[in-house]
Design a protein around this ligand. Structure first.
Ligand SMILES: [Zn+2]
Length: 678
């Protein structure tokens, strides 16, 4: 039983921090040539490190020279590959981005062969059967040892050589397909043209930000900052339909083909290893543990959300019929315009008006103030040249000492990753330098695509974007405040149905009156968000929650069905049928290729999408502790920092949650947040 009275990382906090100079960030200037040289160097170093581990005599094996050495193999080059990955998502130079894709493909292809080493497996086994019995290991070491061993079994080392070769081939193929899926999606471009006459309902500011052709028509692309506001604000039904239809084809047939192949390969992999299906294989390492638990969780939520949605839909339907003056008009999949109008009518909240209170600089200032206060740290701007002038860099200071770094790349550019995410490139962990132990400062990048400042207006964030920023900042804090000893337990390297919790919990801050006043300032009048507007926003928060939970459930079911052999025909047909079953009131577009644009399914969220809802249950429960003590309360902030942010996954995730709460978690707060129960 892990000790749930004490947070697990106290020891590493006493270590001096290994910080960086400008030279450590010189990778931002790498050329394609530098990048293409990386895989070879990284692979060589990994092989060399492995040789040392293999050559260690049985009687000299220790946790450090075998288990930890294995985790650290590849050393600095592994880190350089993470840096290259950042450039692959953000560089303004296409040849740099292409070089990164090529390099990472090359690396992942080869590293499988290198990792599949019988002798390495033998070394771990030798340690477990020998000296591990004598060495006194701490809890986090035991956890790493267990995970390493489990990792080898999951790679097929308990199977015949032939089967293992099949698994190896399978993994290589999948890694190639994953990269191909991302590339296809990143490069998939489409748009609609909208005449000035067809812009009715669209905010002036929004139109100003769009590209125009020589005939004066506006170009609306599939990128979220274009398509999101268009679908909720454009009055023109036909144009909304045109855009929604194009969005549903995002990723195209090619994306669908790749995803189908991936699904088959995953099933095959699980079969060889003796699992019923891919989900069973994946989930044994998650908080949920089994597909049955996940389905039970989804079914329970569905039964709570569907009655809510029925009422919501009746309102939507009636509203649209009133507006268009036709008692028979159905509410359709491209009608979020009407739901937005209804929202405005019911709550008097106009997203575009609210946006005027959220100029980016003010939101950032407020965000920093909130987390500096709550978590007892300071953010200090740095002056280092990065890959684009828009990108900002900060040091994180704890009691005046630099402990970590984060970068912010928040405005869209051609070729840049199109969504919001946090990406850690230096992993916080204990390292040895000249025989002395240090804590290596973590560094993380946050990517988003907010509207760029215009000539006479600053970048204005919708409230949803403010929420996104807080969400991603939650991932950043998880990763830059980590004090976990080992890389694989550091920061957000945690179970996938837990990892969204530290980001989801922060979303709650942007619904609090006091906090909203800290982060808002009307870009013309300088006023903070008025009370009345805040109250309306808070009421409107529960508008259509039934629908949004059901939408998340549709994705979760699709993902689970894909990975438990439930998809019999085409993937897109299965997806459409699921939507029909779960949200029967609004059938989607007839020709949707939907999963083709669903990036989560290709990179890491396979049999894991449910995790968003799952971890939200924990996030809402844990947030009640802040509600009790105050959203800027240092004492609860400290507890949160120690139990959650610093701990990473150096202890079982459920024990961390219990440690913070001081009790077992429950789903009451989550249900309350969507409008079920009190
Ligand atoms: Zn997230």
């Amino acid at each position: 039983m892990p000790n749930t009275k004490k947070p697990p990382t106290a020891l590493t906090k006493k270590l001096p921090v290994l910080t960086y100079t400008a030279k450590d960030f010189s990778w931002v200037k790498w050329t394609p040539k530098d990048i293409l040289a990386l895989p070879k160097k990284a692979l060589e170093k990994a092989k060399q490190d492995h040789r040392v581990i293999k050559n260690t005599p049985k009687e000299k094996r220790t946790f450090e020279n075998t288990i930890l050495a294995l985790e650290e193999a590849g050393g600095p080059y592994d880190e350089q590959l993470s840096c290259a990955h950042i450039l692959g998502n953000t560089s303004i130079n296409k040849s740099v981005r292409d070089a990164v894709h090529k390099a990472s493909e090359e690396y992942s292809k080869e590293i499988v062969d290198i990792a599949y080493d019988e002798e390495l497996y033998g070394a771990v086994k030798e340690y477990i059967e020998g000296n591990a019995k004598k060495e006194k290991l701490a809890d986090d070491q035991k956890r790493l040892l267990k995970d390493t061993w489990k990792g080898y079994l999951r790679m097929g080392f308990a199977l015949s050589h032939n089967k293992r070769e099949l698994i190896k081939k399978n993994l290589k193929e999948r890694s190639k397909l994953g990269i191909a899926f991302d590339k296809n999606l990143n490069e998939y471009k489409d748009h609609i043209w909208v005449s000035p006459r067809e812009t009715e309902g669209l905010p002036e500011l929004y139109c100003k930000g769009l590209t125009r052709d020589t005939k004066g028509r506006y170009k609306v692309t599939l990128e979220y900052p274009d398509s999101g506001p268009f679908l909720t604000n454009a009055k023109n039904d036909a144009k909304r339909k045109e855009l929604a239809d194009k969005l549903s084809l995002k990723g195209g047939k090619k994306g669908l083909e790749i995803l189908t192949k991936l699904m088959k390969l995953r099933a095959e992999h699980a079969r060889i290893l003796g699992y019923d299906n891919h989900a069973t294989y994946v989930l044994e390492e998650r908080m949920a543990k089994t597909p049955d638990t996940v389905y039970a969780f989804l079914n329970d939520l569905k039964s709570k959300a569907q009655p809510l949605w029925k009422k919501e839909f009746a309102l939507l339907q009636e509203f649209k019929r009133d507006v268009v003056g036709n008692k028979k008009t159905p509410y359709l999949y491209y009608d979020s315009y009407y739901s937005n109008e209804l929202r405005k009518k019911l709550f008097n909240v106009d997203g575009q008006k609210i946006r005027e209170y959220f100029p980016f600089e003010q939101v950032k200032k407020g965000l920093f103030e909130v987390y500096q206060t709550l978590l007892g740290v300071m953010f200090r701007k740095m002056n280092i040249p990065l890959w684009h002038p828009d990108v900002e860099s900060y040091e994180v200071l704890d009691k005046g000492v630099v402990i970590s770094y984060f970068f912010m790349d928040l405005f869209p550019r051609e070729g840049k990753y199109g969504h919001a995410c946090a990406d850690c490139f230096f992993t916080g962990r204990v390292v040895k330098k000249e025989g002395k132990e240090y804590y290596k400062a973590p560094a993380t990048l946050i990517i988003a695509n907010f509207a760029k400042p215009q000539k006479d207006t600053p970048s204005l964030l919708t409230h949803g974007e403010v929420e996104t920023l807080f969400h991603e900042f939650g991932h950043v804090m998880h990763s830059v405040l980590t004090k976990a000893r080992f890389a694989s337990q550091s920061g957000y390297n945690a179970s996938w149905d837990y990892v969204e919790m530290p980001s989801q919990i922060l979303e709650n801050w942007v619904w609090d009156k006091k906090i909203l006043k800290m982060i808002s300032k009307h870009f013309k009048t300088g006023e903070v968000l008025p009370d009345q507007l805040i109250e309306s926003m808070q009421k409107a928060k529960k508008f259509l929650t039934g629908y949004s939970v059901l939408r998340q459930l549709t994705f979760s079911y699709l993902d689970m069905d894909m990975h438990t052999h439930k998809v019999k025909g085409r993937l897109n047909t299965h997806a459409s049928e699921l939507t029909k079953k779960i949200i029967p009131q609004i059938p989607g577009p007839a020709k949707s290729l939907h999963p083709a644009g669903f990036g989560h399914l290709a990179h890491g969220y396979d049999a894991g999408y449910y995790g968003y809802l799952w971890s939200e249950v924990y996030a809402e429960d844990m947030f009640t502790e802040f509600e009790k003590k105050g959203l800027l309360n240092k004492e609860i902030g400290k507890k949160y920092r120690e139990w959650i942010l610093e701990a990473g996954s150096s202890m079982d995730e459920i024990d961390l949650v219990k440690g913070f709460l001081g009790r077992k978690p429950n789903n009451k707060a989550f249900l309350r947040s969507i409008g079920v129960g009190k």
